[in-house]
Design a protein around this ligand. Structure first.
Ligand SMILES: *Cc1c(COP(=O)(O)O)cnc(C)c1O
Length: 356
């Protein structure tokens, strides 16, 4: 059976390398790991324990279902989307993207036996999720009057970390204004200070490598793609990250084919020289993108993946019993005009994951 191999040393290497770029300030931010969408397709149940063994205390997941499945492992688990039931463990925090969501969270937890920690999401320029900056006062006064919910974090999402333009710095300034406002509000009321964070991989590396102020880095940085060994910044970032996932497939069968023979649906691939061709047990049904005549992709050992890929197998000129389909998805992302995130998150949760 095909399987995904997860290289724990590469994972620790990435986290250490990222941590090192942030260590120049007196109060470096803590690394929080983003584990949403099945740990970017790598496998939540495999990556979460590795993260814990590295010393990660805070993580971000997609929703409550992901959060509850790893609730024993971390101090805090923030569900980026959806609601948290009132009886959920108290280390599962809710990310609140609107005033309306804040209101309904307060209502839902009114009669709960425990405090629900929330992180308020503020729109700092991406104009996607989050309350508007001019709604902040209303949100804070709602919080002041809700005894069962506690403001534990304030987050923004700087959507310009990858891009070499001014908007990145505009968003940093916007978040800095939000932070000052919330700080003053908390100090005036003796309210426990929440944590502040707005940076994902590319933004954190960019500021970290340029020795930014600790305030701008925040109390934590939310590291996703970098931990898995990639970044998509259009700026050069001097850091060596290692992809941690590789995909292996097993041989199903082999055939001796002659020049002119055609392989697969529609006979798209034509044999140029007599030889042995084999099929391997992974295809687009396992979440790979369907390799067609427009893509030229090779296995890690160099054999071309012959178009067109089938649902559960692909062909190539090889006799290996086992083949490494990829050990880096960058070429796949380029071939399909997309980003590594998309190739990775599509990997089927049904594929076996093996941590080495
Ligand atoms: C996905 C996500 C991240 C992580 O982004 P990377 O580019 O993978 O580091 C950080 N914050 C939020 C809110 C996210 O949704």
């Amino acid at each position: 059976m095909a399987y995904i191999r997860l290289d724990s040393q590469a994972f620790f290497h990435n986290l250490t390398a990222i941590q090192n770029t942030l260590s120049h300030t007196p109060h470096p931010p803590k690394l929080a790991l983003v584990l949403k969408d099945n740990a970017y397709g790598h496998g939540l149940q495999q990556i979460a324990p590795l993260a814990k063994s590295f010393g990660i205390e805070s993580v971000f997941v997609k929703n409550y279902e992901e959060a509850i499945s790893i609730a024993q492992l971390f101090d805090t688990i923030t569900a980026l989307y959806g609601e948290i039931p009132p009886n959920a463990p108290s280390n599962i925090w809710a990310s609140i993207p609107s005033l309306q969501a804040l209101q309904s969270c307060a209502t839902a937890h009114k009669n709960a036996h425990q405090m629900r920690h929330i992180e308020l999401k503020v729109n700092i320029g991406m104009h996607r999720n989050g309350i508007a900056i001019n709604e902040l006062d209303r949100a804070l006064s709602l919080l002041e009057n809700s005894r069962h919910i506690r403001l534990a974090g304030v987050l923004g999402h700087n959507g310009y970390g990858d891009n070499d333009n001014e908007s990145f710095f505009t968003a940093i300034q916007a978040f800095s204004d939000v932070r000052e406002k919330v700080r003053k509000w908390c100090e005036a009321r003796n309210y426990p200070m929440p944590r502040f964070h707005s940076l994902s991989t590319s933004g954190a590396l960019r500021l970290g490598l340029h020795n930014a102020r600790s305030d701008d880095l925040g109390d934590v940085v939310r590291i996703g793609i970098g931990a898995y060994g990639y970044h998509t910044s259009e700026l050069p970032l001097h850091i060596a990250l290692k992809p941690i996932a590789s995909l292996y497939a097993q041989k199903i069968s082999s055939l001796h084919l002659k020049k002119g023979d055609r392989i697969g649906y529609g006979g798209v691939s034509v044999v140029e020289k007599d030889g042995v061709f084999s099929t391997y047990d992974v295809g687009y049904g396992d979440g790979l993108f369907r390799v067609g005549a427009e893509q030229s992709l090779c296995c890690a050992s160099g054999e071309q993946i012959l178009p067109v890929m089938s649902m559960d197998c692909f062909s190539c000129q090889s006799q290996r019993e086992e083949i490494c389909v990829f050990d880096d998805v960058s070429a796949w992302a380029r071939a399909f005009h997309t980003i590594p995130y998309m190739i990775l998150t599509h990997l089927s949760p049904a594929l076996k994951r093996v941590v080495v």
